[in-house]
Design a protein around this ligand. Structure first.
Ligand code: GLA
Length: 583
C-alpha cells in the first residue's frame, strides 16, 4: 500500500491529496462475480478509463446468522479491495447497511427484516443490529481506508434513503456518527434520486449529497438546488437496467447512454456508472420488486452494462470509453478481444433423484401443529417442503391464505396444482384418492423484496391451510436451502422418471475450461448447478433463456451438471452454448 490517500472538497470540485480530482467510477459487485474473475474485471475497468470501483456490501450474505461473519470465496471483501488497490484504482465504498441493488432483501438479513424491527429507522432494536454488524465489518475494512494508505476514498451513508418511508435524520446521523466512531475519516456522502424532495429527505447537512439518475437533464441542476456549493456527483448513472421473470428484457441504447455520460462529464461532475459490470445473481441471491404485485428479479444481472455478464467489452464500453477519454486520461492500451467459449449441444442428464425422496437428506424435518415459516425453521433461502394428511377422500377446495412465493401442491406425490404470489391466487380444487392422503406443499422463496416498504418479507406458508374450510393441522416441514447437493442419491432415469420435482444429473467432458452459457430448451422452471456451483434459477417464462457458467467453475476432464426441474421437462438434455440469450 502507498501513503495516505485523502479525498476532500474544495469549491465545486474534489481534491485528492490536494490535487484537483474527478471521480469516474463504475459499480461492480464482488458478490456477483466469480472470485477468480475479479482481477480480469478490475483490469477492464481500468482500461475503460475508470479511476474508481464502486463497492456495495451485502450484509445478509456476510451475516447469514446473527453473530456469524462470512468473508471467504465470493465474499472475500479484503481480497477484492486488495486487487482494486493493486490495479491502481480507488474505491467508493457503500456499506449500506441497506443496499437495494436488486439483491435479496436489499442486503438486509432476513433474520432481522422478519423480526419485527422497524427497518431503516432509528428503532433501537434495528440500530443495535446495525451497530453489531458495523462493529464486525469496519475492523475488516480499516486497513483499506485511504487514511491508512488503502484504496477507499469515500464512504456512502445508507442508500437512497429519501426514497423510503418517513424522514428519520436521527437514523442517518447515527450511521454517519457510527462510521466516524469506528475510524472512518474519509469523505462521507449520501445518494438520492432527483425525484420530489428525496434529495432533501435522504441527506444530512454537512454531508455531501449526490444524485442517482438515468437521464442527466435537470438532475444535476436539482442536486445543485439542494446543495448550493460543493462537487456535483451522480453516484449512480443507470446505463442499463434489470429484468423480472416474465417481463421484457431491458436494454439501453449505447449511444443514448454515452450521450448522457457526456452531459455529466461536460458539466464537470463526478460519476459512477451503475453498473460498469453487473455480474450474476448466483444461487438464490436475487431480490424482487413489489409494485402492486410481487415481481422477482432474474438470475442474470448483465444490466446491459458496458462490460457484459461474461466480462466482454461491448459497443457501449467502447463508446463510453471514448467519452471518458475527452475528459480524463484513458490507458492507451489495446482492449482485450472476446474470450473463448465452450459450445456443446445435447448433454444428456440421464440420472435422477426425486426431490421428495431426497428431502430427508437435504434438511431436517420439524413437526408442528400449524405450518412454520422458513425463518422459523432457521433458514432464509431455497424451499420448504410441507406435509400433512388430508382428512377425507374426494374433491375439496384447498385454500392457502398466505404464502411466499410459489406453492406447488401434490396429493400422494401426484402434482395437483400451483399457487403463485405474483398472481394473487389463494385457492384451488384438489382430489384425494383415499382418506389420509398425503398433502405436500413445496414452497419456493423466489427472492426477497429489495426496494420500498415491503422488505419485511417472510417466506414459506405464512398462515393456515384449509381444506373445505377446515384448518389442516399436524404438519411436518423441511427447509431445503440446497447449499450442498453432495448427498443426493442419483439413479438411472429409466423410461418413467418420478413425477414431481426432481434433480437430473449428467456429465460433460471438457479439455479446456472456458466461459459458457447453460441453455435449457424444453425445461420449465428450477435451478441449475455445475460442479456444485449454484448458477441460479431458470424459468421458461424468460426473458432470460441461458445461465452464465463462469469458466473457473469448470475443470479439465469430467464435469457434473445438476438441474432441479420443479414442473416438467419435455427434454432430457441441456446445451452449453457460446452466446447468452437474455431475451
Ligand atoms: C437504485 C439503487 C440501486 C439499484 C438501482 C436500480 O439506484 O440505489 O441499488 O437498485 O436503483 O438498478
Amino acid at each position: 500500500m502507498r501513503g495516505a490517500r485523502v479525498l476532500t472538497t474544495a469549491g465545486d470540485g474534489f481534491l485528492l491529496d490536494g490535487e484537483p480530482f474527478r471521480i469516474i467510477a463504475g459499480a461492480m459487485h464482488y458478490f456477483r462475480i466469480h472470485p477468480d474473475q475479479w482481477a480480469d474485471r478490475i483490469e477492464k475497468a481500468r482500461l475503460m478509463g475508470l479511476n474508481s470501483i464502486d463497492v456495495y456490501v451485502p450484509w445478509n450474505a456476510h451475516q447469514p446468522r446473527p453473530g456469524e461473519v462470512v468473508l471467504d470465496g465470493i465474499l472475500d471483501l479484503p481480497r477484492y479491495l486488495e486487487l482494486i488497490d493493486r490495479a491502481g484504482l480507488h474505491v467508493v465504498f457503500r456499506p449500506g447497511p441497506y443496499i437495494c441493488a436488486e439483491w435479496d432483501g436489499g442486503g438486509l438479513p432476513a433474520w432481522l427484516s422478519t423480526s419485527g424491527v422497524r427497518l431503516r429507522s432509528s428503532d433501537p432494536a434495528y440500530l443495535e443490529a446495525v451497530d453489531a454488524w458495523f462493529d464486525r465489518l469496519l475492523p475488516v475494512v480499516t486497513p483499506y481506508l485511504g487514511s491508512n494508505g488503502g484504496p477507499i476514498i469515500a464512504v456512502q451513508v445508507e442508500n437512497e434513503f429519501g426514497a423510503y418511508g418517513p424522514e428519520d435524520p436521527d437514523y442517518l446521523r447515527h450511521l454517519a456518527d457510527g462510521l466516524r466512531r469506528r475510524g472512518v475519516t474519509e469523505l462521507l456522502f449520501t445518494c438520492d434520486q432527483a425525484e420530489g424532495d428525496m434529495l432533501r429527505r435522504g441527506g444530512l447537512d454537512g454531508i455531501l449529497r449526490t444524485v442517482t439518475f438515468e437521464h442527466a437533464d435537470g438532475a444535476l441542476e436539482k442536486l445543485r438546488r439542494h446543495q448550493p456549493t460543493g462537487p456535483l456527483m451522480c453516484a449512480e448513472f443507470w446505463d442499463g437496467w434489470f429484468d423480472h421473470w416474465g417481463g421484457p428484457h431491458h436494454t439501453r441504447d449505447a449511444a443514448d447512454a454515452a450521450a448522457d455520460l457526456e452531459k455529466v462529464l461536460s458539466a464537470g461532475a463526478s460519476v459512477s456508472l451503475y453498473m460498469f459490470h453487473g455480474g450474476t445473481n448466483f444461487g438464490t441471491t436475487n431480490g424482487a420488486d413489489y409494485k402492486h404485485v410481487y415481481l422477482p428479479t432474474i438470475t442474470s444481472y448483465d444490466y446491459d452494462a458496458p462490460l457484459s455478464e461474461a466480462g466482454d467489452v461491448t459497443a457501449k464500453y467502447r463508446l463510453m470509453r471514448e467519452v471518458i477519454a475527452r475528459y480524463a486520461p484513458v490507458p492507451d492500451e489495446p482492449l482485450p478481444g472476446p474470450a473463448a467459449r465452450l459450445d456443446r449441444a445435447g448433454i444428456p442428464l440421464d440420472e435422477v433423484a426425486g426431490l421428495f425422496s431426497a428431502a430427508p437428506g437435504l434438511g431436517t424435518a420439524v413437526a408442528s401443529e400449524s405450518p412454520l415459516t422458513m425463518e422459523q425453521l432457521g433458514e432464509h433461502n431455497g424451499f420448504v417442503l410441507y406435509e400433512t394428511a388430508l382428512p377425507s377422500a374426494g374433491p375439496m377446495v384447498l385454500a392457502i391464505e398466505s404464502f411466499a412465493d410459489r406453492a406447488q401442491i401434490f396429493v400422494d406425490g401426484a402434482p395437483a396444482g400451483m399457487l403463485e404470489r405474483g398472481r394473487t391466487e389463494r385457492a384451488l380444487t384438489i382430489a384425494a384418492g383415499r382418506d389420509g392422503a398425503t398433502l405436500s406443499v413445496l414452497v419456493e422463496n423466489t427472492g426477497r423484496v429489495n426496494y420500498g416498504v415491503h422488505m419485511n418479507d417472510p417466506k414459506g406458508l405464512l398462515g393456515p391451510v384449509l381444506a373445505d374450510g377446515r384448518t389442516l393441522t399436524g404438519w411436518t416441514q423441511t427447509a431445503l436451502p440446497l447449499h450442498d447437493l453432495t448427498g443426493l442419491a442419483f439413479a438411472p432415469a429409466g423410461d418413467r422418471p418420478p413425477s414431481g420435482p426432481a434433480f437430473r444429473r449428467g456429465t460433460v467432458d471438457i479439455d479446456e475450461p472456458a466461459d459458457t452459457f447453460l441453455s435449457l430448451p424444453g425445461w420449465e422452471q428450477g435451478m441449475a448447478w455445475v460442479n456444485g456451483f449454484a448458477l441460479g434459477r431458470y424459468s421458461a417464462r424468460g426473458p432470460q433463456r441461458t445461465l452464465y457458467v463462469p469458466g473457473p467453475v469448470l475443470r479439465p476432464g469430467r464435469n457434473e451438471i445438476v438441474v432441479l426441474e420443479l414442473k416438467a421437462a419435455t427434454n432430457r438434455t441441456v446445451d452449453l452454448v457460446p452466446t447468452p440469450d437474455l431475451g
